[in-house]
Design a protein around this ligand. Structure first.
Ligand code: UDX
Length: 461
């Protein structure tokens, strides 16, 4: 615990992250950004998936006794984990916040992950402003916000949910999405997901402000629609990792031999493949991935996270023949220093699961993408990358070796489409650099956020 502060000079912000890798990274980056703006930062964190506080001597951590068993935290049932976290965290986090308010007179506000929708109840009656951080894109957040309308229109009913016949139909309420891109529609029972999403959207609507880890130049087409849905001060201050890297908040050890291997490869020749921290696939799918990589004949660096392949410790399900054939041009690690990989000159493309941090990290380095999607915002992100931003190729048929092979060749061997994608990616990389300059949009937006937080009266109980 830190010393009780009674100084009127400090301005303290309490952060409350969702304890999963793709959400911890942006929240810790935001902590660093706000600290660099002169704020004092305290973080309420579960014991579950806690980052190492010794890496952040400038931040104060307050751990709450909430843990999930291995079974409860299973990546195969993320919805249950989200529900449990939101239920289990209310009491301990409220108690922790109450104690902080009793011992500090400098607390300006709390910033919570949108998925920690329980924070609405946590702050109730405590007289503290709550700002929500949505760690993903505007386009996917708007898709979430529109799900109740789609539900009313029958998209999730059994009759309409005949996915096989309607998968590729357009969704007029959310162009350019197709039915198969609607988050959660592929679930056998989408109601649990819809309930969680509804809570997240409602929890955000009652907040004093909304922060998004994205940037104006990318999301321009949807900003008016965002303001209609979320009528509160909104701040697009990303990409966060360009202020502070995500390496220090990695929960797994990053294998640096990936960089030594890349050093031996030709410029723009390697496909980097990673499906993030949560996605899982079965043996049939991993076989398609493997043969797609092998048949493309291109060099690749593949992150096979333990747990990626259901029922496998690590590489046992990969065909032996695949490992032999690709041993000279493929390299496999359990977890990579991703940002460094993406900025390496040898990397010419990124096959991603379309998790938002990965997408932003790729865009910032001007690396063209091949997009898969597994759940949540990923389906929307990948549709935008393919259809709107045209920064990559979406695999429309799921994981099929022929489509994979063809996409890899387009991206790495640069046919006309591949060349145009690369040019657009490099052009956007420059726009981001402008946005992050002192007079750029993201920087200005960050100043506005800092002003809003400073304008709040500090709270105490
Ligand atoms: C989850 C959801 O899957 C995603 O849809 C949502 O947008 C955020 O939460 P996750 O699967 O963790 O995200 O993917 P992503 O958002 O891409 O974040 C992964 C983070 O882990 C990135 O910051 C990436 O740099 C890092 N990473 C990934 C590594 O450090 N090493 C790796 O080998 C792979």
């Amino acid at each position: 615990m830190d010393d009780p502060s009674k100084s009127s000079k400090t301005r303290r912000i309490i952060l409350f992250p969702l304890p999963f890798q793709g959400h911890i990274n942006p929240m810790i980056q935001l902590a660093n950004i706000l600290h660099s703006k002169g704020f004092t930062i305290s973080i309420i964190h579960t014991h579950f998936n806690s980052p190492d506080p010794s890496k952040y001597p400038h931040l104060t951590f307050h751990f709450i006794p909430v843990g999930l068993s291995e079974d409860q935290a299973s990546i195969h049932d993320i919805l249950r984990a989200l529900h449990l976290l939101n239920t289990e965290c209310i009491g301990p986090s409220r108690e922790c916040l109450r104690k902080l308010l009793a011992t500090h007179d400098d607390i300006q506000c709390m910033i919570t992950d949108a998925m920690m929708y329980c924070s609405k109840d946590v702050v109730e009656d405590l007289g503290i402003h709550r700002i929500v951080l949505r760690t993903s894109s505007v386009c996917s957040f708007l898709a979430f916000a529109t799900l109740p309308l789609l539900q009313e229109k029958g998209y999730f009913s059994d009759h309409h949910n005949n996915l096989e016949s309607r998968r590729d139909d357009p969704v007029p309420e959310l162009p350019p999405l197709r039915v198969k891109d609607i988050p959660s529609i592929q679930r056998p029972n989408p109601n649990d997901a819809l309930k969680i999403i509804r809570n997240m959207v409602q929890g955000t609507k009652t907040a004093s402000g909304l922060i998004l880890n994205t940037f104006q130049e990318l999301e321009e087409p949807n900003l008016d629609y965002l303001c209609q849905h979320f009528r509160m001060p909104t701040f697009l201050i990303g990409p966060f990792h360009k202020f502070f890297s995500a390496a220090s908040s990695s929960l797994l050890t990053q294998d640096r031999s990936a960089i030594s291997w890349l050093d031996t490869q030709k410029p723009d020749s390697v496909l980097y493949v990673s499906f993030g921290s949560l996605a899982a696939m079965d043996e049939d799918h991993v076989t398609e991935v493997a043969w797609g990589l092998a048949n493309s004949m291109q060099p690749f660096l593949w992150v096979v996270r333990p747990g990626l392949v259901q029922g496998s410790e690590w590489l046992e399900s990969l065909p032996n023949e695949f490992l032999e054939i690709t041993s000279k041009r493929g390299y496999i690690v359990k977890w990579a220093p991703q940002q460094e990989v993406l900025s390496h000159p040898a990397v010419g493309g990124f096959w991603t699961h379309s998790g938002w941090n990965s997408v932003l990290e790729s865009i910032c380095e001007g690396v063209p993408m091949i997009c898969s999607s597994f759940f949540s915002d990923q389906t929307v992100n990948s549709r935008y990358i393919n259809d709107v931003w045209k920064l990559g190729i979406k695999l429309e048929c799921g994981l099929k070796r022929e489509e994979i092979e063809s996409a890899i060749r387009k991206i790495l061997m640069l046919d006309r489409e591949g060349q145009e994608i690369r040019e657009r990616a490099l052009c956007l990389k420059v726009k981001i650099q402008v946005s992050l300059k002192t007079d750029g949009f993201s920087s200005q937006s960050l100043n506005a956020l800092s002003d809003l937080i400073s304008s709040f009266q500090s709270s105490c109980v």
